[in-house]
Design a binder for this molecule. Structure first.
Ligand SMILES: [Zn+2]
Length: 170
């Protein structure tokens, strides 16, 4: 998570240090320093500002592709994916339950994150906390799709088993 100091850190889209409005922040840099989007990485971004920001899709896609990438799967397991979202869980021994579940959205740079055991409540309603406007609409649309394949812990476990034990692709 970005290091945010109240009153000092600003949203680079509007330049305001007022972080009383809902915001999100990415972790790590998905763009090289020479890219115009680099300065938006690891910084707080108001949800309101993101809604009308022309770079939102490319920015979000940078992080989305990073998390989709095979090479970082050591950080967790990709459970399922659709064009607009990824469902992942944290790393754990096969016999243990992972610590977290997360949903990444292709066109919003948000991470919808839940402790594994809290997934049923989280995926039903709690994910909406702290979200507003178009960010909330995007989360609602995505979560309604995710719930169809992962409504409860049983379905999460089944998805995980399938991904952990699938034969390696040639
Ligand atoms: Zn802003």
């Amino acid at each position: 998570m970005a290091i945010i100091m109240e009153g000092l850190t600003s949203c680079p889209i509007c330049g305001s240090t007022d972080l009383s409005k809902p915001y999100t922040a990415t972790s790590g840099g998905a763009f090289p320093e020479r890219d115009e989007l680099w300065r938006y990485c690891d910084a707080p971004l108001h949800l309101e500002c993101l809604a009308h920001w022309p770079h939102r899709e490319r920015f979000s896609r940078g992080y989305f592709d990073l998390w989709r990438d095979e090479s970082i799967r050591g950080h967790g397991v990709l459970l399922a994916e659709a064009p607009r979202w990824l469902l992942r869980c944290g790393p754990a021994k096969p016999e243990a339950e992972p610590y977290y579940v997360e949903v990444r959205i292709a066109d919003w740079p948000m991470r919808l994150y839940s402790r594994w055991a809290q997934w049923p409540d989280y995926s039903a309603q709690q994910y909406r906390q702290g979200l507003i406007g178009e960010a909330l609409e995007a989360a609602d649309e995505v979560m309604s799709e995710v719930r169809k394949i992962a409504p409860d812990l049983e379905s999460l476990r089944a998805l995980r088993q399938r991904m952990l034990f699938k034969p390696a692709s040639p």
